[in-house]
Design a protein. Structure first.
Length: 326
């Protein structure tokens, strides 16, 4: 099929109906014009001129519509006969289901579309929580409106005696709004940070998890499959052990030979050949901030070019110390 009209040839597309309307007005259309709309030929709305194969003539609507409706009714009848056949065939098999057969409960995976439905689903899950809430929040600074929306939900959860642990990126350590948010909460709450974290994750009571299903985060998956939820929770636990405490008591981030932990993270990504934009995105900062740190790193190491900077990073040994800076 040409022209980019990707549909079943039995269906009528807008382009096809437009061509059919023109054929009715003009009495005929050139055969090649229907190449991109095979639906017209297959439905019989355009028929070849017996005297000249280069032209197509339209079938009168008063004749075409009853025929198409009859064909549609016959198709529905065929499908119903097929459904009845399947029901009869599976009826004796239903009694043979055993523990060895597998079944996936549709409720274990739910696609949520839109920020409001996503937030409502997370709220419903946390309202019934009895043990803990684990979250990963990538992207550095967190919008004030997001913090305000989460406060009642998190405060209620902590009041019920649940535990809350949250992972951010290191850039969040310098956001007073985030720190103030957790200082207002009362309960068993801890916050730690890493240079890089995975995409957003919410795990409630290790029984339900929420993960993004699109880059803009307007789609999310609510997952209740035990094996997958346990995998997410275990991944969180391992990242947690590598992270640096931020709240309630922040651990200092040591500077080695004038190189900060953030600059060490940038140095590691520079060595891998990443652009400034990619480095900024992965470390949760804007590109201007990333370039400021790259410039400071170059000054500290005495580099005069990007190529020389990579060499000096490798020679300095600062990446060997990165793991101990956490």
């Amino acid at each position: 099929m040409t022209g980019g009209h990707r549909h079943d040839t039995e269906e009528l597309c807008e382009t096809g109906l437009s061509l059919y309307a023109r054929a009715l007005r003009e009495g005929r259309v050139a055969a090649h014009e229907a190449d991109a709309t095979p639906c017209l030929i297959n439905s019989g709305l355009l028929q070849p001129d017996l005297d000249d194969q280069d032209w197509l003539h339209p079938l009168a609507p008063a004749v075409a519509l009853p025929r198409l409706l009859r064909e549609s009714a016959e198709d529905v009848a065929r499908r119903r006969r097929h459904e009845a056949h399947l029901a009869d065939a599976f009826e004796p098999l239903m009694a043979l289901a055993t523990p060895h057969s597998t079944a996936t409960d549709p409720s274990t995976f739910t696609l949520l579309a839109g920020l409001d439905p996503i937030n409502k689903a997370i709220s419903r899950a946390t309202e019934s929580a009895t043990a803990e809430l684990l979250t990963i929040q990538p992207g550095g600074r967190r919008p004030a409106e997001a913090l305000a929306a989460a406060f009642p939900r998190e405060s209620d959860l902590l009041t019920r005696g649940c535990r809350m642990r949250t992972l951010y990126q290191h850039t969040t350590r310098y956001d007073p709004a985030v720190l103030g948010h957790y200082e207002r909460l009362d309960g068993d709450v801890e916050v730690r940070t890493l240079h890089e974290v995975p995409e957003r994750l919410v795990v409630v009571d290790r029984s339900v998890a929420f993960v993004p299903a699109s880059k803009d985060r307007k789609l999310a998956l609510e997952i209740r499959h035990p094996a997958l939820v346990e995998y997410f929770a275990t991944t969180f636990d391992r990242l947690w052990q590598l992270a640096t405490p931020m709240y309630p008591q922040a651990a200092p981030q040591p500077t080695a030979n004038g190189i900060t932990p953030r600059q060490q993270a940038i140095a590691a990504l520079l060595i891998e050949g990443h652009t400034d934009a990619t480095i900024a995105d992965r470390l949760g900062m804007n590109i201007r901030t990333a370039r400021v740190h790259i410039a400071k790193l170059a000054t500290t190491l005495g580099s005069e070019s990007r190529a020389q900077l990579g060499y000096l990073i490798a020679e300095s040994g600062i990446l060997k110390r990165e793991g101990t800076a956490q």
